[in-house]
Design a binder for this molecule. Sequence first.
Ligand code: HEM
Length: 422
Amino acid sequence: MSDRGISRRDFAKSAVAIGGASALSACLDRFGSPDVPEGTDPAELPARQHAWNRGLPTDDAGNERLGRHHVLLLLDYERDGTPTDADRTQVTDALRSLERAYAWQAEGLQFTLGYSPAYFERFGSGPAGVDLPEPAALAPFEDPEFDTPDALLHLASDYEQVVLAAEEALKGEQSTVNDTEMAASFDGVFTQADRRTGFVGAGLPAENQDADGIPDSEPVPEDAPLFMGFKSGFKENQASEDSVTIESGPFAGGSTQHLSHIRLQLQQWYEQDSRDQRVSKMFCPAHADEGKVDGVGENLGTDSGVGECAEDVVENSRTEGVAGHAQKAARARDDSDTPVILRRDFDSTNGGQAGVHFLSLQRSIADFVATKSMMNGTDVADGSSVGQRVNNGILQYMRVERRGNYLLPPRDLRALPPAEPA
Ligand code: HEM
């Protein structure tokens, strides 16, 4: 990647969004080198790539929070046909170098490498024991583009410097990271098809709100962790890492990943909707009536409390004329009353537009499809004053631009896996 001059204004936005060696060096000049904990022997890391929670800090209530800065690299395998052992070794060496360099924590670096249905086509069959469908439109009112790279790398850290340096090292542009030598890079194995970036955590949306889709007149709350102004990812409203893990077959210990890019349009949300309307549409009407949500929702502790509203969705839509987003999604819970997807989404200003990279993990892509179907609330709109998208949760404020599906193999199969591992 070539060095580019970075204007002060660009820099104020986000070094991660700009990317490359000059963004990294500008970031180091401005904020210095953080004291990042070193990694360990990769053999000591969890078998699951998606086992991140133990390395995440918790808030006062005990909810885990993701690393604050994220990079998504959509990658194509450079070779036609099936992967070579040499390429597998190179990818493994590169990723293990990062694991030695940085602790597997939000304060260090966490990452996953997943593979798409397009990648598995070269083997003539999908991944053994895993249903990995091509991405599809998941609502009657959406028309997304589909991502078809071979692989998706997701990098996350509390430090911009870390995600940027890890990315440079993987591209072969930097030979050491956190004082650790890179044994290899992705150079010659993967080329970049697309690069997306984002952030999540108190203060970051407000800092990055100079984007299309956010009204100038009504600022995003200073302490909001996401553009829409509420906290997300309460412990009791997430699937556990265990429950999203593939249980049998050669990819046991893996998971599936869905990534969508959602564009946000928050003019009405902030300029016309009242606080009560926002709480009704995000959580449920009863939460607004009872004044259950203070500020961004820290007072909710570890549970948004929408479990109790879920069965009232259709009735609420008749009497209150509005259905809540979380309220609708909670109808997709399993027999133990737990959500079936583990959300690891974050905000973005890619393309100058406010958006969300909605990334979620689930045992099967079908779990995502079922949850999304509940969120669509097509049944809720039938015969009530709630429209297909208007007053129907947050559908009116978002537009799904892209979708992609991936398999996250267990760590020992993450480097260019065969479709049928021995
Ligand atoms: C603009 C994008 C989105 C935003 C800002 C957003 C925000 C939120 C918030 C604030 C909550 C309540 C707090 C919590 O439970 O963590 C929530 C719950 C939830 N959302 Fe979203 N969400 C978005 C998109 C989606 C999508 C695309 C899905 C998947 C289809 C989804 C699925 C869920 C689920 C499963 C819950 C928990 C329901 C339960 O408690 O059982 N969300 N969301």
